[in-house]
Design a protein around this ligand. Sequence first.
Ligand code: SF4
Ligand code: SF4
Length: 360
Amino acid sequence: MSTVYFSSSRVPEFRRWWVPESSLLRKMEKVFYSAGLDKVVSGTVGIKVHMGEPGDVHYLRPIYVSKIVDLIRDLDGELIVVETSGLGWIPGRTSAEKHLEAARRNGFCEETIGAPVRMLDGAYGIESIKGSIVARGIQELDSLIVLSHVTGHIQAGFGGAIKNLGLGCVTKTGKYRVHYDGPPELNKRCDLCGECVAVCPVGAIEDGRINPDKCICCNACLDVCSKDAVSVREVSNNELAARIAENAYKVLQNLGKVGYINFLVDILPHCDCHPHSDIPIVPDIGLLSSLDPVACDRASIDLVNSSPGVLTSEAENCNALASGADKFKLINPETNWKVQLSTAEKLGIGTQEYILEKVE
Ligand code: SF4
Ligand code: SF4
C-alpha cells in the first residue's frame, strides 16, 4: 500500500481578497514535503517535464516548474530541467534545437524557470545509455522529480507519471519500440528519390532497402517520405500501453531516488504531444504527490473518473459526464488504461493499492 498526498485546486474562501496559502503553488509545496520529495533530492537533480508540442496550449505551465526549482534550490540541489526529443524528423520537438526552441516559445527557459533546460538524449534524440533505450543523460542524474500533466491518451488510454518515464526519458529508439514492431521497410511505392537516405542518422538505407542491422528505429525516414513508401508495423493499443510501462521500468533501473507530482489541471482527452488542445474533460481537481508512480497514476485516474465531466467537452460527446463514469475508457474506447498500470505493477514499479491523504 502506498500513500498519495492530495491537495485540491479549490479555494475554500474565494470571497476573501488575499489568501496566498490557497495558491496551487503553495499547495505544491505542501504535497512536495508531505510526500517526502525533499528527501529524494540529492546531488544533481533532474526535473522531468513535458513542455508541450507547438500549438498545444494546455501543457503544464512553466510557473509550476519554477516553483519546484525554488523548493529544490532551498535544499541546495544542483538543478536541471530535463526532456528528450520526440520521435521522427519533422514535427516541432524532434531534435534538441527544435525542442529547446519550442520549449522557449512555450515559456520554458532559464530566465523563466530558474534552471537550465537540457536534452537527455543528445542533439538528435538518439544518444542512449550503452545497450539500452534509456536516454544517456539519465545516468548523470542522482535524483529525479517527475512532474506529469495528467491527460487521456489516444492509444494508451491514460498518460501520467509512468508515461512520463516510459516515453519521456527514452531515446527515439525507445519511443519507436513502444509504437512499432521491428524496423521500418521500404515498399513498392519507393521511387528511390533519396530523401530518406539524406536524413538517416546511421546510413541504414542502402540500395533501396533498410538494413535492419544498422537501423536504430528513429522514424526519420517515415517522416520525410512524401510517397508513403516506408512501411511500419503498428502494435496494438494494449501492447503499446504495456511497452510504456516496460520502458518506465528500464528507466527506473538507471535512476537513484525518484519522486512524483501529478497535476490534475487542464485534463485533456489527449496528451501534450498533439499540436492542439481540446477542451478539458473534467474541471481542475488538484495535485497528487507520491514516491510511487503507479499509486500516483491510479489515484489520478480514480479522481478524474469520480469527477463530473465538462459540458461541451469530449466527455459530453462520449456520454462520460457522470461522476463515476470511466472517462478515459469512454473517451478513447479502443484503449485500456488498466494495461499500463497492471504491467507497471507486475514489474514491481509500484502498486495500485493506495491511501489518499488530503493535505490542506
Ligand atoms: S523518401 Fe520515400 S520514396 Fe524517397 S527513397 Fe525514401 S522511401 Fe523511397
Ligand atoms: S532507416 Fe532506421 S535509422 Fe534510418 S531513418 Fe529510417 S528508422 Fe531511422
